[in-house]
Design a protein around this ligand. Sequence first.
Ligand SMILES: Cc1ncc(COP(=O)(O)O)c(C=O)c1O
Length: 392
Amino acid sequence: MRIAKKILSIPPSATLAVNAKAQELAAQGRKIISLAVGEPDFPTPKHVRQAAKDALDEGFTRYTPVPGIPALRKTVAAYFAGISGQDELPTEAIMVSNGGKHALYNLFQVLLNPGETVLIPAPYWVSYPPMVLLAEGKPVIIPSTPEKRFLITTEDLERHASPSARILVLNSPSNPTGCHYTQDELDTLIGWAMERDIFVISDEIYDQLVYAPARPSSAVSWWVRFPDKVAVVNGLSKSMAMTGWRIGYVLAHPDLVKAMVRVQGQSTSNVCSITQKAALAALTGPMDSLQEMRTAFQRRRDLALERITSWPGVVCPRPDGAFYLFPRLDALYTPQRNTSEALCTHVLEQAGVALVPGAAFGDDRCVRFSYALDDQTLVTALDLVQDALLND
Ligand SMILES: Cc1ncc(COP(=O)(O)O)c(C=O)c1O
């Protein structure tokens, strides 16, 4: 079969092996606990589900404008304005897409020319490099360390930037580390990029999952100053437990939005009409379920962090957000399991717990633990992993 070269340039998913193995073991009747989940274990709030039912009953089931229904774009603009202390932001600067992922995909498609480079701090969310490759760009990875809370500095950027650098991707709080830049830290990085005419994509999909005393930070105020050099991505997958609904959005220059409408208009067209009505309810309705989720995640973060950092030689910063821990576990590597994938395979076979190898996120010394599952199952899973790693 002849497949296009640009598709073959995308490396196979490093998580596939562990997932396939987990399914195989489950099919054999083994009880598998997954700490590999990338979505909240909470239901979508009731008022959001109700809004979807109402939309269906009212027959709101036809095509909508490609960038979203006007009411939703206006509400998203108000959301971005609200988090950055602006009175309002223009509706034409909002594009609604099928998840934050689709918003990012559209952005890379309309921003990159072949061979232009994209600076991606590691550990990174798995999809950034493949999306850049699909847009015929070149990912340039900027490593970081757990000792520095997996955050990068302008010195790191300086070391990796070349004149062909076109875009810098920032993701705070981060998947997979949960680590988060303060507003000052974010401002310094974005200021550096603005001075060099490097476009910043700020992926803020976990902005509502930041745990006190840390406070959310955002690039929106930079967009206001440099609307043609900054784009801010967000969505409801994480904050409203709406992963399956496929709803994300981006704040970008209206000309960029028009360009993204061209791409999206020839691929998926509008986001599902019913989802858009549900999203409207999510952004304008009560936020108590978000608060409940935040409290649970903070409690579970502390619980899992205490356990994981008690293992000998393990380094794991205390993350301020999202629902992941990304410990460096290479102190527990042995000659038989000396990569993150080998360690995850061992834990899966021995303990029946699925984890994601750090190699998938650009750091082979680490492993991602998700704590998006109930406290009791989380404790059971950590007991099992501990046993497999320390007592075998
Ligand atoms: C950092 C980051 N950005 C974007 C997304 C995309 O989310 P979705 O497309 O489900 O809205 C995810 C999902 O895991 C993520 O972790």
